[in-house]
Design a protein around this ligand. Structure first.
Ligand code: FMN
Length: 201
């Protein structure tokens, strides 16, 4: 079994989502000993914006691609293959300015690919990624669960993963992290409890 672990926080050792996503992976490994973990740090090894050049590279016949286009296509294909070949995903997803980090968005732009992770039919879009389990660690300074302010973060991630066919989607929340030391400690403890007791019961 292959687990793809992604972090996207820019806060390094101070990151709450990194701490929690690592706990999720540890707990998963404790109960699934045959798991092979692949790790991608989108902050230290950031993908560029998906751009006009990215599109042009993909649309250029293989034999006509220049060196930059070859690298772009190779990198995008490797990112997509890494996702497609995973059975389980753990994503550290902090909220920055009411949405996901742009580094995580750049990754999403590489894995949301017509014909590979979804396709359009006469009756609408069909997701091609059923069978994967996705666990998202959502961290935020404020409190957004069940609030309109979750639209660009939790709701966006739900729409995206549902669109590509993922039905087994779970969230671990640690919100209210900026509301003082006690609130932060409580939110982190509750998230760790959810990871240990609810997620892997
Ligand atoms: C650039 C930046 C933007 C942020 N924007 C928001 C925001 O819009 N709403 C919010 O509740 N918290 C916001 N925060 C607080 C983070 O969500 C909080 O620090 C959380 O711990 C981030 O997860 P991380 O520690 O894994 O990076 C922001 C933090 C940063 C650094």
């Amino acid at each position: 079994m292959k687990l793809l672990h992604i972090d996207s926080s820019i806060l390094g050792d101070h990151s709450a989502s990194r701490q929690l996503s690592h706990s999720v992976v540890e707990s998963w490994q404790a109960t699934h000993v045959d798991t092979q973990v692949v790790y991608r740090d989108l902050a230290s090894d950031a993908l560029g914006h998906f751009s006009a050049a990215s599109l042009a590279a993909a649309g250029t016949p293989v034999e006509e691609r220049d060196a930059a286009q070859i690298l772009e296509v190779q990198s995008n294909e490797a990112t997509l293959e890494e996702f497609l070949s995973s059975d389980v995903m753990v994503i550290g997803a902090p909220m920055y300015n009411f949405t996901i980090p742009s580094q995580l968005k750049a990754w999403i732009d590489r894995i949301t690919v017509a014909g590979r992770t979804f396709r359009y039919t006469e009756s609408g879009p069909v997701g091609l990624c059923g069978g994967k389990k996705v666990i998202i660690v959502s961290t935020a300074g404020g409190l957004h669960v069940g609030q309109p302010s979750s639209v660009g973060h939790e709701d966006l991630l739900k729409v995206l993963f549902t669109f590509i066919g993922v039905t087994d989607l779970e969230f671990v929340f640690a919100h209210g992290l900026a509301y003082g030391d006690e609130s932060r400690a409580n939110a982190m403890a509750a998230a760790q409890k959810q990871i240990k007791e609810a997620l892997f019961a």
